[in-house]
Design a protein around this ligand. Structure first.
Ligand code: ZN
Length: 379
C-alpha cells in the first residue's frame, strides 16, 4: 500500500522539459538509501496495520478547520459590530487559512490525503478558498521546490528576488545586512502579493521566476478562474455589500498579514536555517553530488517534532525531512515514521538535523538571515 511513496513528484521527469530548459539537473544515481528507506516504511505499514492515506484523524481535522473557517468568516462579516470583535476574528481567520494550507491542501496537493484521486483533487482545491491556485502551487511547490530543494535558481521557494538573500549563491546587496530585521514583517505582505498578484502574473507569463510552466488548459483553467472569482467574492464582494470599502480592505489586510507571517515562517524554518545545505550542481556535469533522497535530508531541518500541539497545527510541516522523503504519505503518520527515517539516515551516514523547539528554529532562521546578509555569508 505504501508503494511508490518515496520518489520525486509524479510526472517530474515528463515535465523536465519545462523545468530546466536544456539544463536538466541530475542527481547521483546511487539510490541504496532510498530503497532501504522504502523497504522499512513499507514494513512499518504492513506490521502496524496502519494506512499511509485515508486516515480518520485527517478527515476529522479537515472538518474542524473548514468549519472554523466558515464560522469565523460568518462572525467577522455578518456579526462583528466593533473593532475589538473584528480584530481578533480577522487574525483568527488568517491563522485558520494558513492551517488549511498546511494541513488539508498541502497533503491533498501531494496526493497524500487519500487513495482516491478525486478526494485529493477536491481537497487540494481548498487552496482556492485561501486565495491561492492549486495549479500554480503544483508547479511552484510540488515540482520546483520538492525536486530541487535549496538549489539556487531552481527552487523557487528560496528566491525572494532582490528583497532577501536566502542562499550563499545569490547576489548580496548592501541593504541585506538588515534583512534579519525587515524580512519578518515583509513575510506578512507576501500573502497579499500572492493572493492579488503572483498567480495572475505567473499564469499570464507561463513562468514562475524564470522557470517555464504550461498555460492551464481544460479543467485546470476552469478551476483557476473559478477559484479566483470565489476568493475575490468571499474576500471583497460579499463584505462590501455590508460594510464600507475601507473597512473591508483593512480587515482583509489584517487576516492576510497573519496568514502570510505564519505561512512564510513555517516554511523558512525547514530550509532557510544554519543546518540546511545549499548545494549547487557541478559546473562541468550539471550533476548534484548526492542522490535525490540524500539531497532532501541534507537540505531540510525538522523542528519541535515532539510537540503534539505544534505537530497537529502545522500539518506535519515540522517533520519536513519525513515529508520530503515521503511526500505521498499523510502527515498524521509522520510522528510514528520519524524514528524509522532517523535510524535509516544514521545507518547510511546521512545527518538528520532538527531543532528541539519552534523557538530554536526561529533563532536559527534569524542567524541564517544575518549571516547571508553580511559579507562573511558569501560562499
Ligand atoms: Zn510539500
Amino acid at each position: 500500500m505504501a508503494g511508490n511513496a518515496i520518489s520525486p513528484e509524479k510526472g517530474v521527469r515528463r515535465k523536465e522539459a519545462y523545468v530546466d530548459q536544456g539544463t536538466v539537473l541530475k542527481f547521483d544515481k546511487n539510490n541504496d538509501f532510498q530503497q532501504e528507506l522504502k523497504r522499512r516504511v513499507d514494513e512499518y505499514f504492513e506490521s502496524s496495520g496502519r494506512h499511509p492515506r485515508d486516515n480518520w484523524q485527517m478527515y476529522l481535522k479537515s472538518a474542524i478547520l473548514l468549519s472554523s473557517y466558515a464560522g469565523l468568516y460568518v462572525l467577522l462579516v455578518f456579526m462583528a459590530t466593533t473593532w475589538w470583535q473584528a480584530v481578533p476574528l480577522a487574525l483568527a481567520l488568517g491563522t485558520v487559512m494558513a492551517l488549511i494550507g498546511f494541513n488539508i491542501q498541502h497533503d491533498a496537493g501531494h496526493q497524500a490525503y487519500s487513495d482516491r484521486g478525486w478526494i485529493n483533487k477536491m481537497m487540494s482545491m481548498t487552496i482556492e478558498l485561501i486565495g491561492g491556485s492549486a495549479y500554480v502551487w503544483h508547479w511552484r511547490h510540488a515540482v520546483f521546490h520538492h525536486t530541487y530543494v535549496n538549489i539556487t535558481d531552481h527552487d523557487t521557494d528560496v528566491d525572494l528576488g532582490f528583497l532577501g538573500r536566502l542562499t550563499p549563491h545569490q547576489k548580496r546587496y548592501a541593504f541585506h545586512r538588515w534583512q534579519h530585521f525587515y524580512l519578518w514583517p515583509l513575510y506578512g505582505f507576501m500573502a497579499i502579493k500572492w493572493q492579488l498578484v503572483n498567480d495572475f502574473w505567473d499564469v499570464s507569463r507561463c513562468k514562475i521566476a524564470d522557470r517555464r510552466i504550461p498555460f492551464p488548459k481544460g479543467w485546470d483553467l476552469v478551476i483557476f478562474l473559478g477559484g479566483k472569482i470565489t476568493f475575490f467574492t468571499l474576500a471583497f464582494v460579499i463584505p462590501m455589500l455590508f460594510h464600507t470599502w475601507w473597512v473591508v480592505l483593512l480587515y482583509y489586510g489584517l487576516a492576510a498579514l497573519a496568514m502570510g507571517v505564519i505561512l512564510s515562517i513555517v516554511f523558512q524554518l525547514a530550509h532557510a536555517v544554519e543546518e540546511a545545505e545549499f548545494p549547487m550542481p557541478a559546473p562541468d556535469t550539471g550533476r548534484i553530488e548526492s542522490s535525490w533522497a540524500v539531497h532532501q535530508v541534507q537540505t531540510t531541518v525538522n523542528f519541535a517534532r515532539r510537540n503534539p500541539v505544534v505537530s497537529w497545527l502545522l500539518g506535519g510541516l515540522n517533520f519536513q525531512i519525513e515529508h520530503h522523503l515521503l511526500p505521498r504519505i499523510c502527515h498524521v503518520n509522520y510522528p510514528a515514521l520519524a524514528p524509522v527515517v532517523e535510524q535509516t539516515c544514521r545507518d547510511f551516514g546521512v545527518e538528520y538535523h532538527e531543532h528541539p523547539t519552534v523557538w530554536a528554529g526561529l533563532r536559527s532562521h534569524y542567524r541564517w538571515l544575518r549571516q547571508m546578509g553580511t559579507e562573511e555569508g558569501y560562499a
